[in-house]
Design a protein around this ligand. Structure first.
Ligand code: PMV
Length: 316
């Protein structure tokens, strides 16, 4: 049996919209922080069968993943692709689980596809000890399964541009992360659909320029430890992505009332400030806070006052 794990990531600059669906070619550069504590584990078990199959992994302190038929087919199709490109023999039972609840709206496609890519690589190395791929090559393969998964191969910050994907070397030693779970309803629109639907938004016309501009400013702010600018850029960026969702045809939204109330409060307290959390959202009703350890008390105080009865998970 082969097993592998990979972490999730949260984007400061979002990948939303594709130039090409085939191969997941993004319309703009993105930059993310790897969330080492949010993990998917994948097992590959050789089976005497003519096809591969998938089922949830049952393991202590992990949550079995629930996949729709569509999700299962996408995962199996991608495994087939990996088997072809790495020339892997045999058929396998794939099992996977997350160490975070799967019904809480945290996207697990990044960690799932990265873990499957790593597991396939380990399997290939088991069959051929001379086989070697770099992290960049593995990330490139993984991108075909899920774009955002290519950023999960690197510790700390990761940048994904038209030139490729790799680590952005800035220390993350002092950083903490929390995600506030604000809804557990099943996603009505998957991120794959979102990538397609945002193209219909009138605000998408200038989106690549806005994202590239923010990408440059954000990297500069990271390099100069300019927290006030980081705060502004991260906030503007996630609002930009969510406005694309809300102005597309048909429109959709991941922001429920609780999200909107909390976003307003976070903006009042911390937008463009040199202290407190950076605020961002992924494609789900959850709010991510990234902050420096010396601001722990500020964040705790804010949450005690404004979010005292919800689920909070830490990804760093
Ligand atoms: O899950 P994917 O690879 O189709 O892309 C999702 C992208 C977002 O999570 C919405 C944003 C991002 O950059 O992570």
């Amino acid at each position: 049996m082969i097993q592998a794990q990979a972490p999730s990531n949260i984007a400061y600059i979002k990948y939303m919209g594709k130039i090409k669906t085939d191969g997941n070619i993004p319309t703009n550069s993105s930059l993310s922080l790897t969330l080492n504590k949010f993990i998917t584990e994948v097992h590959l078990i050789n089976q005497d069968n003519i096809v591969d199959s998938w089922k949830p992994l049952i393991k202590d302190s992990f949550y079995p993943i629930e996949l729709s038929d569509l999700g299962k087919n996408k995962f199996l199709k991608f495994f087939n692709y990996l088997k072809e490109v790495m020339k892997i023999n045999g058929n396998y039972l794939i099992q996977s689980a997350n160490n975070f609840p799967s019904d809480c709206g945290i996207a697990s496609s990044a960690s799932s596809f990265a873990a499957l890519t790593l597991a396939a690589y380990k399997l290939k190395q088991h069959q051929d000890s001379n086989f070697y791929l770099s992290l960049e090559q593995l990330a490139k393969f993984s991108q075909k399964g899920s774009g955002s998964s290519c950023r999960s191969f690197f510790d700390g910050f990761c940048e994904w541009t038209k030139d490729g994907v790799g680590q952005f070397q800035i220390t993350t030693k002092n950083l903490k992360h929390k995600v506030l779970i604000l809804g557990s309803e099943k996603k009505q629109v998957s991120s794959s659909q979102a990538h397609v639907q945002v193209l219909t938004s009138p605000q998408f016309n200038q989106r690549p320029e806005r994202a590239e501009q923010r990408f440059i400013s954000l990297k500069k702010a990271l390099e100069t430890s300019d927290w006030a600018s980081l705060s502004q850029i991260c906030f503007d960026e996630f609002i930009d992505m969510h406005e694309l969702f809300e102005t597309s045809t048909p429109s959709f939204s991941y922001r429920n009332q609780k999200c909107n109330q909390l976003i307003l409060k976070l903006k009042e307290n911390f937008y463009g400030k040199n202290y407190g959390p950076l605020v961002t959202m992924d494609a789900g009703p959850n709010i991510h806070l990234i902050y420096r350890s010396e601001d722990e008390h500020l964040v705790s105080k804010f949450l005690e006052k404004n979010f005292n009865d919800g689920l909070i998970l830490s990804g760093l």
